[in-house]
Write a protein of this length. Structure first.
Lengths: 256, 256
DNA sequence: CCGTATTTGTTCGTATGTATT
DNA sequence: CAATACATACGAACAAATACG
């Protein structure tokens, strides 16, 4: 067969959704009804629905039904330093301010603080010896009480011994860690390098973001290495965003 | 059942792959063999394999078998302007140079040039009237002869009438369009704004990138609006990258 | 080039489990 | 508790792609 039965069903349903015949939030016909409508077996209907689920056009709930996905307004993540301030951008503290401007209600969990041995790759990022101690601060971030991103930052343990005690305190640093390190240790952020990749979620991430396992939701992973004026790494931060509800933004040079 | 049969099979296979027991390129047992091994029906085995296919851990070929995915070294896309040159970065021309440095063999198709009416969103991006003419230049880019990205750039038709004829010429502008516009019209790129989103491919894109429909490969869509020193938009570019073989990179401020 | 065996892809039917109403 | 609706699992048949003698 040139094109498959499940696919023609899927395409027809997609057409109906895109035509507005099935609006966001409305329930699709049940699998039994679709079976009759398209003269297909239930399994074939389910194959078609899987295709829509993957595209996130619909969601299914056992016992309730299949529903057209509600529109989500993606959150704009601004990753450039704030205007005229130089490259001191603290993605963490900027997050709260930026979200408010977009009319959203952001919140941040208190961090889970751990002291760990640096892995090989971590050692390379932070320019420390492999096995040296690093502080990791892991935070969950919410927008409008919905889980929005997970962030883990790593700092050399050295910073703590030199006086930046609050790094090992399991409390959010409201003014931003970058500013705190500047005040406490005189370390000024001179720049940063971002690496953006896309990958599937692991089990913990699926749980936190409440991602249906059947859907193919991917995460955007942003790895940021911040450097001090001396050229030494200041911190290494990994932030994961569900790809479906976030949009990353950069402004380079003069942008009106 | 707390956890499902297909899932335990999938997890076991994943474990074997991650343990190196099944190395990239090697063939998995056939569905018939897995059926015996796990005392499951063929459909259940196939459900497990679908999970691995989604995660891109394996690929299947009808008539041949199921194979552990070969490792792919992601291509590093550098999206910051070249050092010390100011924000004049031309993502198009930089691409070829950067790829060579990474030891890859890049190539670019000649562009498909079209003159179209500006849609509402396009008009907003380019600061032209809705319905005004815009030039679109669509190019396919390859690395090591494999499809790597698709790019479409839009320019106000005005640029052509003012003398930038080569914009409507279906030939690659080797030195980069940004430099060409500077030479021809004195328009200097002062900055740009990037928007990064992730979405599933459409049919054309699946075809070009040779993405198996069963896999959940997503595309990274990078929308760049470049501005001239006057503050007027210079061009609007949309580039799509298959998420599995690309890594986006930004350097902000001083990065050693 | 042809025919056959192998392997994955699609479709169907059916039974049972689990979540929701 | 019963009815409804989706989820898992099994078995079976045939089609399509590939490999091989």
């Amino acid at each position: 067969m040139a094109t498959f039965k499940w696919r023609t069903i899927a395409d027809d349903l997609i057409k109906k959704i895109e035509a507005g015949e099935l609006t966001p939030g409305t329930q699709l016909p049940t699998e039994l009804e679709l079976q009759d409508e398209y003269h297909a077996s239930r399994n074939t209907v389910r194959d078609a629905l899987k295709w829509l689920i993957q595209r996130q056009l619909v969601v299914t709930h056992a016992g309730r039904g299949t529903f057209v996905t509600r529109d989500i307004t993606p959150y704009k993540v601004e990753l450039s330093p704030p205007r005229g301030v130089g490259p001191g951008g603290d993605e963490g503290s900027a997050y709260v301010a930026a979200a408010k401007i977009q009319g959203r209600r952001p919140s941040v969990s208190d961090p889970r603080v751990e002291i760990r041995k640096a892995s090989a790759s971590m050692a390379e990022w932070l320019h420390v010896e492999e096995g040296a101690r690093v502080v990791s601060r892991h935070q969950q971030r919410f927008i409008d009480d919905e889980p929005w991103s997970l962030q883990t930052s790593f700092y050399p343990m050295d910073f703590v011994t030199r006086g930046a005690d609050r790094l090992v305190d399991a409390v959010d640093v409201e003014e931003g860690v970058v500013k705190y390190l500047e005040q406490e240790l005189g370390l000024v952020q001179a720049g940063y390098q971002d690496q953006i990749t896309v990958r599937p979620p692991d089990r913990d991430e699926s749980l936190f973001f409440d991602l249906p396992e059947t859907a193919a939701v991917t995460l955007i992973e942003l790895s940021r290495t911040a450097y001090a004026t001396s050229g030494e790494p200041l911190r290494f931060t990994v932030t994961v965003y569900p790809a479906d509800r976030n949009m990353l933004n950069y402004k380079i040079g003069e942008v009106p």
